[in-house]
Design a protein. Structure first.
Lengths: 153, 153
DNA sequence: CCGAATGTCTCGATGACCGAGAGGTTAGGG
DNA sequence: CCCTAACCTCTCGGTCATCGAGACATTCGG
């Protein structure tokens, strides 16, 4: 690894920086989860539900399972946990009464917005020191890296 | 979120791109874990052991626990699993015989290098389309973002 | 109206994790 | 040389997240 870092123009270093950043972002997730009595999966679930709600396409139990990669049995247990903790409500869909749509509670929506929204604002603020050209480079880079990662099997 | 995206020069979009990328990188970890009979934690452990070994400071059981945030009991179980699967060996430290240092097996080292090294090569290759200035912008940005994330409590 | 498809939940089993504490090892002071 | 405190790892018992299989309710097409 180190020995490769000679004539690559620092490209390997960027890969390592990226890994470091993802590790730290992971840690942030845990710092959010702990005080709220949530586990890893629960945070992913909450984020998925909030994202879907914001998109105006509320998640169903099944959709949540697909989103976070859980079996139906696990989704039931997961939603039980989140509901018991007051983070989501189960609501029977009016048009298809087999389905259960998940709604975030006001309080949890606010808590999530405060935590992650706060982080996002800090990140955006830290971008003030960058020119539009800088940020455009970053955007293209992030897009390229994501494509590689998605394609990697 | 969307409504903030008007006059920020795409900064929020970058934050979302970053999140997308971390999610995909997470998925890569799982694609590595599954076929090798490993769990989430196991992969983190293997990476920690490989990193430490490369640094020339082999991890002990206790060090591994600190690195991945597990109790000593869990570390024992974790190392049991990895050892049973043939990924690591327990070796009593010669100078301090209380300690157990962990060594990756040749085979697993090779498998890890093939998988993650391969991904790294693809990432580096995808950076060919970027100028040195581009990459310098990216480097500064990654560094700045990491600082924000680390500082966020 | 009936059967197949669909969405969610229940049950029992498995495995990862933790807290408490046992057991062996080292270092330092009488 | 021994005793004790500190240290590192492992064992034990319990808790919780997850899964596979299948039950139950609902919808949809013929």
């Amino acid at each position: 690894m180190v020995e490769v870092a000679r004539n690559d123009g620092g490209r390997v270093e960027l890969a390592l920086l990226l890994r470091r950043l993802t590790v730290e972002l992971d840690a942030v997730g845990e710092r959010f989860a702990k005080p709220h009595g949530l586990g890893r999966t629960d945070v992913r679930a909450v984020i998925a539900i909030m994202d879907a709600t914001r998109r105006g396409e509320p998640l169903t139990a099944g959709g949540l399972g697909a989103a976070v990669g859980l079996s139906s049995a696990s989704v039931t247990a997961l939603v039980d946990r989140l509901e018991r903790a007051g983070h989501v409500h189960r609501v029977r869909d009016a048009t298809d009464r087999r389905r259960v749509v998940l709604q975030m509670s006001e309080a949890s929506m606010a808590a999530g917005a405060a935590f992650f929204g706060g982080l996002q604002r800090e990140l955006v603020a830290a971008m003030d020191g960058f020119s539009d050209d800088d940020l455009d480079s970053v955007r293209r880079w992030l897009t390229a890296m994501t494509e590689v990662v998605v394609a990697h099997r």
